[in-house]
Design a protein around this ligand. Structure first.
Ligand SMILES: [Zn+2]
Ligand SMILES: [Zn+2]
Length: 366
């Protein structure tokens, strides 16, 4: 079977939009016809060479599609099911899955530039093309492990709810699952892009009192108001830590979410919460980044936490955000700036780098 796909041959090169062959799904695998894919920042790290990955690779990890075929032994999805991708797989059986932390599943220990059996399903002539987190949503069709697809309701528009598969889950999950933000509390969010806007929206959803958006782009700060930010801080013009302390009193915010992945902003987030406060880092730092923090701040019961995939329980949380959207309780359409074709992907990443878009969504021809 043929598919169009966006292939990264070497870091720092443009994505090649071309036709590949897709081999049929093997045991425990699923063939998905993608309807849409969000354009997330993490793929850009690979394109820029800031995150190592085996190349050539079909990138993309925020996909929504329809199951077209299943391999032997697949039992959790069937042909025709609508699915979201989960770039963190969950087996349902390992210790992490069993204690309710399936985002940390043991399956993560295996390399995910191939299928679980160590082989690939994309070919360009005789050449193997690798997978991205076993998901590769920058393709009209891809083979995924069963453990990486989450069935959702069929009445939800896949070209909108695909955003749940990374940006929504990362931002909202940091607030709800990891920080456990309480009603009436104060939350500072550093970085108001695709992930930060969801942290802001989730903070509003759970009833946070003060929601302080921090960014260096005025336009992004304006967007954040639409999702529930109560205070806007441009960190280029004022010291965000001092300003947050002033807004919140009591030495700072109850919670801070860092959605940028820079040592400077992680340090600022850490200093912007009062003693006993909680900081969650969602931002993806380039490989090799090191942090320098004042350890005395930890002795005042501050918690510095990380999160992966919004600490999602994938099979519960992904359908949950789809439901919230369908019930009109969670904004997703407003997160989308542009719908594009696969051909426009390189341009979409230029816009993302310049901070000019919320999310672009690749829409595949049906
Ligand atoms: Zn992502
Ligand atoms: Zn597991």
């Amino acid at each position: 079977m043929r598919t169009r796909a966006a292939v990264l041959y070497e870091p720092k090169q443009a994505l090649a939009i071309e036709e590949l062959e897709v081999l049929p799904p093997r045991a425990g695998e699923v063939l998905v016809r993608y309807v849409a894919s969000g354009v997330c920042h993490s793929d850009l790290h690979v394109i820029q060479g800031l995150m190592e990955w085996r190349t050539p690779v079909v990138l993309g990890h925020e996909g929504g599609g329809v199951v077209e075929a299943v391999g032997p032994g697949v039992s959790t999805v069937q042909v025709g099911d609508h699915v979201l991708t989960s770039y963190q797989p969950s087996c349902g059986r390992c210790p992490y899955c069993t204690i309710g932390r399936p985002n940390l599943c043991d399956l993560r220990d295996a390399p995910r530039f191939t299928m679980p059996d160590g082989t690939t399903r994309f070919r360009k002539g005789d050449r193997e093309i690798f997978h991205f987190f076993q998901v590769s949503s920058y393709a009209e069709r891809a083979v995924l492990p069963e453990h990486s697809v989450i069935p959702i309701r069929k009445d939800a528009p896949l070209d909108v709810v695909c955003l749940v598969s990374c940006g929504v889950m990362a931002g909202a999950g940091a607030v709800i699952n990891r920080a456990h933000v309480q009603p009436g509390s104060s939350v500072a969010v550093f970085g108001c892009g695709g992930v930060g806007l969801n942290a802001i929206q989730a903070a509003a959803l759970v009833g946070a009192g003060k929601i302080i958006a921090v960014d260096v782009f005025d336009q992004k700060l304006e967007w954040s108001r639409e999702f529930g930010a109560t205070h806007l801080v441009n960190a280029r013009r004022e010291d965000p830590v001092a300003r947050i302390q002033q807004i919140c009193g009591r030495g700072g915010a109850d919670y801070a979410i860092e959605a940028i992945g820079r040592p400077e902003t992680i340090d600022q987030a850490f200093r912007s919460v009062h003693r006993g406060g909680t900081v969650v880092v969602v931002g993806v730092a380039p490989a090799g980044t090191k942090l320098s923090l004042d350890p005395l701040l930890l002795l005042q019961d501050r918690a510095l936490l990380g999160t992966s995939f919004g600490s999602a329980r994938q099979r519960v949380d992904l359908p949950l955000f789809v439901d919230l959207f369908m019930q009109g309780k969670y904004k997703l359409r407003e997160l989308i700036s542009r719908q594009i074709g696969l051909d426009e992907l390189n341009h979409a990443y230029e816009l993302l780098e310049r901070g000019e878009v919320r999310r672009s969504v690749v829409r595949y021809p049906s």
